[in-house]
Design a protein around this ligand. Structure first.
Ligand code: HGY
Ligand code: MN
Ligand code: MN
Length: 413
């Protein structure tokens, strides 16, 4: 089959998609259900319609663009996300959506006809920015998050998920989002690596065999405020210093596991009242803790709890903990991995088997379908920052391998 990727068109479409942003280029900010997100969704849907795909959207905005196969069997799924954290780059997620669309168009141009339908997905809210939990759409779709739990979610302004999605034009019960078992015969996601390995070893393709287990925790710390000049040090119950000590303990625990795979980040820390001459009385601080090995990850969570107890005792602060998510890692399906390896070989691409340290919608798709991922290199491994970059050549290689894999997966009944 003579498969070719229209790299010029794909590059142009990625640039157009990047223009739907609440921050100026080269950064991209596209928070779920924001006007920028809705405009981006409309653009992607228009491209899918131009390709003759049948579109549907579920109650939380997961979008499905289906290329109908000749047989009534379970479909093959591919796709990713287009929402972006503040001041991010333009390739995280979008390469899997527009690269997936171009893979389908390449198969159409090659006069390939799928036996199983091929369905391109645009998942809602892969990023945790608005509702505090990542992969919201794929969690609901896979049943990893119940509709009841989803219904309790609120954004930073206090609006509920139901209110926000209704305003965005998505209605219907959240219970309807969950897909029946066996809906997909396999799922493959194309994504930038978001790490430096492939570039460092000059490898064009990564085939993911496992996805790290993420956990997110939010702490509400309350001490006592007061005048920065008048309150003497022995009398203080400074909420920020308690948070700082806990953060350093979490960092120390992650560094001390003896494995490079353990990571911990505190990317959100809000200090109240936030005045230079006022002792912090309240702090909200959030932690993102991951490892490819769950028990090691949970050891860091235990160290966080111990640091909280220590702060309560020694600093006289109160601490409430919200667990936002504690997920198991995913092992990719051997047959799906083999299909990706075979697709690389079919086009003469070397590949590297590797784990994903970032989480992806595939982490949850693996709960309901045989799942694997394709990575392409990104410059210096940068991601979640404006300097994120993947070359047109790398993206085209990923889309070509994906097209070949979709052809083989949709031909096998
Ligand atoms: O944080 C992650 O791993 C993903 O990029 N949202
Ligand atoms: Mn991301
Ligand atoms: Mn992503």
């Amino acid at each position: 089959m003579n498969l070719t990727i229209d790299s010029v068109r794909l590059t142009r479409e990625l640039e157009q998609l990047a223009s739907y942003s609440d921050t100026p280029a080269p950064s991209v900010t596209r928070v779920v259900f924001s006007p920028a997100d809705l405009a981006a969704r409309a653009y992607v849907k228009s491209l899918c319609g131009d390709a003759g795909l049948t579109l549907r959207e579920d109650a939380v905005g997961n979008t499905f663009a289906r290329w109908q196969g000749s047989e009534p069997h379970a479909a093959v799924g591919t796709g990713s996300h287009i929402d972006a954290i503040p001041h991010a780059g333009r390739y995280d997620g979008t390469v899997g959506v527009l690269g997936g669309l171009e893979a389908i168009r390449a198969l159409q141009r090659a006069r390939f006809h799928p036996r199983r339908s091929v369905e391109l997905l645009l998942f809602t809210s892969e990023e945790p920015t608005r509702f505090g939990i990542g992969c919201l759409g794929s969690r609901l779709l896979s049943g990893s998050l119940t509709a009841a739990a989803g219904g309790t979610l609120r954004d930073m302004g206090g609006a509920t998920l139901d209110e926000v999605r209704a305003t965005a034009g998505f209605s219907g019960p959240l219970e309807s989002v969950r897909l029946p078992p066996g809906y997909y015969s396999s799922f493959v996601e194309l994504h930038i690596e978001q790490g430096p390995l492939l570039e460092r070893v000059n490898m064009p393709i990564g085939v993911v065999t496992a996805i790290a287990a993420p956990a997110s925790v939010r702490l509400w710390i309350e001490g006592e405020g007061g005048h920065a000049g008048a309150v003497l040090m022995p009398q203080r119950r400074d909420a920020f210093l308690a948070a700082a000590e806990i953060a350093l303990e979490v960092e120390n625990a992650a560094r001390s596991t003896g494995f490079i795979d353990t990571v911990a980040t505190s990317g959100v820390c809000d200090v109240f009242p936030g005045a230079i001459n006022s002792i912090p009385s309240k702090v909200k601080i959030e932690f993102d803790i991951r490892d490819v090995e769950r028990d090691r990850r949970d050891g860091v969570l235990a160290a966080l709890d111990a640091a909280c107890d220590e702060a309560r005792t020694r600093r006289g602060v109160s601490i409430r903990k919200d667990v936002l998510n504690i997920d198991d890692p995913a092992t990719c399906d051997a047959a799906a991995v083999a299909a990706l390896v075979g697709a690389c070989a079919a086009h003469g691409f070397q590949h590297q088997l590797m784990v994903s340290r970032a989480y992806h919608d595939s982490l949850f798709m693996s709960r309901i379908a045989p799942t694997a991922m394709l990575f392409i290199p990104c410059r210096n491994g940068y991601s979640h920052r404006p300097e994120e970059y993947a070359s047109a050549e790398a993206i085209a290689a990923g889309a070509l391998v994906l097209a070949e894999a979709l052809a083989s997966l949709s031909s096998a009944l």
